[in-house]
Design a protein around this ligand. Structure first.
Ligand code: ADP
Ligand code: MG
Length: 707
């Protein structure tokens, strides 16, 4: 086979006119632009509209950046020393005049600008003493204005201070991109979307769109290019994700759990303390089907806080045990892991299932013995923290891994678990209480199967959420008192942000003092828990609160996930504005777990940023985790959502999963049909697509290890 010709796109930017080694190095360092292709696919983030000319008589002090065309009528140097400046006057067709001023480059500009010549001046309008002017306008001789031949919208690229200083400012970058287009031809930008899709979606071609995204001639051309490139980006990503999903189903064999056995049945008939909700039953059926197929399961289980995911996890583990396998459940914090251990031990009591707990604080002889029993296959369910993925933790027959609160675990940690079993990877069920908006689920977890528990156990009353500003603290204390008088318990949560740990801890301790003062002992008992405490001390306090020996829990966000105390009916969040929406939602989920009406009290400063206000409003308005997740996504943007950063999937060039939901939906739909019809992309009309995907995605590492 002939080696493929090296594309001009793969050449270093140093081959471009006007780019020497210094600039090339700077582009690489500042923007990770190495090749001509990198430069080409680094799209502008906005445009300056140069199709419109303003009439000078229409200009206002707040007109902003404007472009005017007129004849230079006057040019002179005024003042001297530091006050030296060049002043010009431009008169347009209507006879109105505008002042132009330069404070630097005076001598040079005086030489190159000529009175009597027609110019286009571009810059920001300013007002001095009632007169409008532009300082340091861009000046272009109309007769030599070459840019207008190609482009009427000037692209503006993301840049850095260093690039600007080295001549790679807006203007410099435009020159570069023009140099790129002089060097390449449409042949260097082959189409990768099949004709029938282009026609169906009425999309412009790839080469034309790439050109138009940089140098659009008009708004219509720019819009068409945007639509095409967004679709292209989202469609190719969906296609790749679906290929992975189908490929995994076809290739990654897994243990087949063929039967529902005696342990599961006894548990179901004798032990389970409540009727499963319809949603729990449905999800269990989905999991059961997966586990029986002989193909490795990779399933994401989403369900709001309190929806009963733990029970689903436990029953899935029982399926594994009945088929002769071990199972483990991993949680992000010691408290949460231990709580799972306790409740699961209780649930399976009398069934002859060995459940053990492992975390960093299980040490010495206890640890050694536990590891030995695990390796001998005597332990059937191991519950714990990150300690489970340490290399010396050996499971002879690990069939199922359950990961609770997935967003705290990195991709790499999950990959480590994969390696813990032979000859197949264990089945994986990832449980998350952070609902993931549909669009994000499609992009970040588009290759996983997803189950949703969209129903809460019966009898839950929605938590009432109220917002108070700081100066109404007394009112808040009053509400806490009322609940405590009824025998209920309360949480008071302070933010703990790592960069500011000491200050935060101080605030927490002051808060604790204040609570001691407002809620005197012995009628009241107050626990305090924070991340800096020893695990054993933390646990001691948690247990006291759980048993009802203390009635107020002052804490940092360590209680965020999973802690279950049904008698707690008040959640006070101090400095609410410092928490993110998903955190607030998690915290609120700590109450409303029993039969009593619960309250979430959001305490904030009086002064709030627009975002802070919006977050609080969202919390007051809804308890629906999916709505909250959507709001979070809109407020923070996709890159900020927990757990997505490291996936690298959302580093999109042009599409935005929030703003382009409709394009994403259509892209997913078409990609699904393509993969169903032709999974290997081998049909003649799909070959260009297949070739492109292979080339494009082989460059991105770690794709197969998303879960
Ligand atoms: P999640 O992990 O989804 O936040 P949990 O599994 O901790 O929720 O369940 C919350 C509480 O609801 C637990 O006390 C659990 O025993 C209870 N629970 C779970 N399923 C049901 C059900 N079907 N009916 C009644 N209570 C349930
Ligand atoms: Mg849970």
């Amino acid at each position: 086979m002939m080696p493929a010709a090296v594309s001009v796109l793969d050449q270093s930017v140093a081959y471009l006119k006007g780019v020497g080694p210094a600039k090339a190095e700077l582009l690489a360092k500042e923007l990770a632009i190495f090749s001509i292709g990198d430069l080409l696919y680094h799209y502008p983030f906005r445009y300056v509209d140069r199709t419109q000319f303003h009439r000078i008589s229409d200009l206002m002090p707040d007109s902003g950046q404007v472009q005017v065309k007129g004849t230079l009528r006057h040019l002179s140097v005024k003042g001297d020393g530091r006050k030296k400046r060049l002043v010009g006057r431009l008169r347009d067709e209507d006879g109105a005049a505008l002042e132009l001023v330069w404070f630097t480059g005076v001598t040079y500009l005086e030489k190159v600008l000529n009175v009597g010549v027609e110019y286009v001046a571009f810059g920001k309008i300013q007002e001095f003493g009632g007169r409008l002017s532009i300082s340091h306008p861009d000046m272009e001789d109309v007769s030599k204005r070459e840019l207008s031949v190609q482009s009427s919208f000037d692209p503006v690229y993301a840049s850095t201070e260093k690039l600007n200083r080295k001549g790679l400012d807006a203007k410099g970058r435009r020159k570069l991109i023009k140099a790129v287009f002089e060097k390449i031809s449409a042949r260097d930008l082959p189409e990768m979307l099949p004709d029938y899709i282009l026609q169906k979606m009425k999309l412009a071609g790839h080469a034309a769109s790439v050109r138009a995204i940089h140098l659009p001639r008009n708004q219509a051309e720019l819009n068409a290019a945007r639509k095409r490139l967004k679709f292209e980006e989202l469609f190719l990503l969906q296609l790749r994700l679906l290929q992975l999903k189908v490929g995994r189903k076809g290739n990654v064999k897994g243990f087949a759990f063929e039967k529902i056995g005696p342990i599961f049945n006894r548990f179901y008939e004798e032990k389970i303390p409540f009727e499963l909700t319809g949603a729990q039953k449905r999800v269990l059926r989905e999991i059961r089907r997966d586990l029986g197929l002989g193909v490795q399961m990779n399933r994401l289980l989403q369900g709001d806080v309190g929806s009963g995911k733990t029970m689903v996890g436990l029953m899935s583990m029982l399926m594994a045990i009945d088929n002769g396998y071990q199972a483990c459940m991993m949680a992000p914090t010691e408290i949460l892991a231990y709580q799972h251990f306790e409740s699961i031990t209780e649930y399976v009591e009398g069934l002859g299932v060995n459940v053990e707990f492992l975390s960093g604080s299980v040490k010495g002889k206890a640890r050694r013995q536990l590891l030995e029993r695990l390796a001998a296959g005597e332990i059937q369910i191991l519950i714990g923290t990150h300690a489970l993925i340490e290399p010396w933790v050996e499971f002879p027959k690990l069939g199922l891994v359950i990961i609770d609160e997935q967003h705290r675990f990195g991709v790499k940690q999950r990959a480590k678990l994969w390696k813990k079993s032979e000859p197949f990877p264990p089945h994986v069920l990832v449980m998350t209480a952070t609902p993931i908006p549909r669009t994000l689920a499609m992009t970040t977890y588009g290759d996983l199967d997803v189950s949703v528990i969209d129903e809460l156990p019966p009898g839950r009353k929605p938590v009432t959420t109220v917002h108070f500003t700081e100066h109404r603290r007394e009112r808040v204390f009053g509400m806490i008192r009322e609940e405590l008088a009824k025998g209920r318990q309360a949480y008071v949560v302070y933010p703990l942000i790592e960069e500011n740990e000491e200050l935060d801890l101080l605030a927490l301790e002051q808060g604790y003092e204040e609570m001691l003062h407002k809620f005197p002992q012995p009628e009241h008992q107050i626990s305090i828990v924070h991340g800096k405490m020893k695990p054993a001390d933390k646990d001691f306090e948690m247990q006291r609160f759980k048993r009802g020996e203390t009635n107020i829990m002052v804490a940092t966000t360590v209680i965020e996930v999973g802690v279950n105390v049904p008698n707690a009916t008040v959640m006070v969040i101090v400095h609410t504005e410092r928490f993110g929406l998903s955190q607030l939602h998690q915290l609120r989920g700590r109450v409303g777990r029993g039969a009593d009406q619960s309250f979430c009290i959001l305490l904030s400063s009086v002064k709030l940023s627009a975002d802070g206000r919006q977050r609080i409003k969202t919390m007051v308005d809804t308890t629906d985790g999916f709505k909250i997740a959507e709001a979070d996504l809109r407020l923070r943007g996709p890159g900020m959502i927990d757990g997505t950063q490291q996936s690298g999937l959302l580093q999109m060039k042009i599409a935005d999963v929030v703003k382009d939901q409709e394009i994403l939906r259509v892209a997913r739909e078409i990609a699904t049909r393509v993969i169903e019809d032709d999974p290997q992309l081998q049909k003649p009309h799909h070959q260009i697509l297949g070739a492109h995907l292979r080339k494009h995605f082989q460059a991105i590492k770690g794709w197969g290890l998303i879960s």
